[in-house]
Design a protein around this ligand. Structure first.
Ligand SMILES: [Zn+2]
Length: 231
């Protein structure tokens, strides 16, 4: 049996409430990593996620590559998203208990990596409990120590775009790849995961209900989604 924590990136979007409804119907509590600017753009949709039990975490304000930013620029990106999320939770009347963080593209900031990690540690960000991940490479890359949340499996469904040549069949192949270049085999015997999906309206346009299609496939294959916990 495979256990997993589900993370959904780049909210909010028009489609966010429908994704929230689906997850609640399936009893899945996910972490939604939001950019500040997408929350401002789709504020009602972001409120819907908070009010309906999802954990909304910080994914920067404008989704830059942190390795291309100065320390000051990077910290501004984190802080500006914090301001938006604090207001969001307040407007929802929901206490903001957990503050997980994910770098856009999983780019931890290159030469400034340690500064950003220190900042996250000292400013109340919460590390997602990843103690179920026992892969040697997870530890070898310090991912068991870093405060931000990377992932072990990425559907890459955001690549389904007009003319990209990447289709749902490619996602299917990724799901069944028993020897992936990054991460761990989704259905590898006993593997545990932090799974990455996105809430892009562009994907919904290309493949309506894409999140149901992929997540139903996981559920049918016995993947158990655990409630995210924090260290
Ligand atoms: Zn993202």
């Amino acid at each position: 049996m495979n256990h997993a924590i589900l993370t959904i990136d780049d909210i909010a979007s028009k489609n966010t409430p429908a994704i929230v409804d689906y997850l609640n119907e399936k009893g899945i509590k996910a972490i939604f990593f939001a950019t500040g600017q997408n929350v401002q753009r789709y504020y009602e949709e972001a409120m819907y996620a908070v009010k309906n039990g999802m954990i909304v975490g910080n994914h920067s304000y404008s989704h830059p590559q942190f390795s291309k930013l100065t320390v000051v620029e990077g910290l501004e990106e984190i802080l500006n998203c914090e301001r938006v999320l604090d207001k969001l939770y307040k407007d929802c009347g929901v206490k903001r208990t957990f503050k997980p963080f994910r770098f856009p593209y999983g780019d931890k900031g290159g030469n400034n990596k340690d500064v950003f990690q220190q900042y996250l540690k000292e400013n109340g960000f919460h590390k997602v409990d990843d103690t179920m991940l026992t892969y040697p490479w997870w530890k070898a890359n310090n991912l068991n120590v870093d405060v931000d949340t990377l992932w072990t499996f990425d559907f890459a469904e955001y690549a389904i775009r007009p003319g990209s040549g990447f289709t749902k069949e490619n996602v299917w192949a990724r799901m069944h790849d028993m020897n992936p270049r990054f991460g761990a085999a989704l259905f590898g015997e006993g593997n545990a995961h932090i799974i990455l999906l996105h809430a892009h309206d562009e994907t919904e346009e290309m493949l309506p209900g894409y999140y149901k299609l992929f997540l139903d496939h996981l559920l049918e294959n016995g993947v158990v989604f655990d409630e995210p916990k924090f260290l």
